[in-house]
Design a protein around this ligand. Structure first.
Ligand code: S3P
Length: 169
């Protein structure tokens, strides 16, 4: 059976960067859930949030995730940071992907990486670090529930992280 691997974790934990390189090394298609959603919605996630709200976005996210989980063949999937919020999505991930990896990073590490990024709607607040800490507190258990493995992203380079993941496959 071909490898099916999904990456979960906080915004800024490196899911897309690591996922793209992992897919290249494995010779598998790389699917970025957020990018696919933007294609489907015909607008950026940020604008979609602004116009339709988070709940409508989550419905589209759940529908696309279920489609991808049911699609046969090898792939590396990078999910959006909130894809684990719904219990159904966590079950869909585990069912559809035998290798779900949680890329764990502390809120402080993430803040350093993405403090200048204006494309992430959930971080457009006065105190993004406090927001990241709240998100982390609420979501860390959900990422752990969805994932089969936890990959600590603190120090290693992207190349090393890809090697760490490949050792688990
Ligand atoms: C979200 C994270 C984003 C994107 C949307 C919501 C979240 O993806 O799906 O803005 O709830 O954490 P990234 O994790 O790729 O930033």
């Amino acid at each position: 059976m071909q490898t099916r691997c999904a990456l979960v974790g906080m915004p800024g934990s490196g899911k897309s960067t690591v996922g793209r390189q992992l897919a290249r090394r494995l010779g598998l298609p790389f699917v970025d859930l957020d990018q696919r959603l933007e294609q489907r919605l015909g607008t950026s996630i940020r604008d979609y949030f602004d116009q339709h709200g988070e709940a409508a976005f989550r419905d589209h996210e759940a529908a696309l995730l279920a489609e991808l989980a049911a699609q046969p063949g090898g792939m590396v999937l990078s999910t959006g940071g909130g894809a684990v919020l719904r219990e159904d999505n966590r079950a869909t991930l585990r069912r559809g992907f035998p290798h779900v990896m949680y890329l764990r990073a502390s809120p402080e590490e993430i803040f350093k990486r993405i403090k200048h990024d204006r494309t992430r709607p959930l971080l457009q607040v006065d105190d993004p670090l406090a927001r990241l800490r709240d998100l982390y507190r609420a979501r860390d258990p959900l990422y752990r529930e969805a994932a089969h493995y936890v990959i600590e992203t603190g120090r290693p380079t992207v190349h090393t992280l890809v090697n760490m993941i490949m050792m688990q496959l």
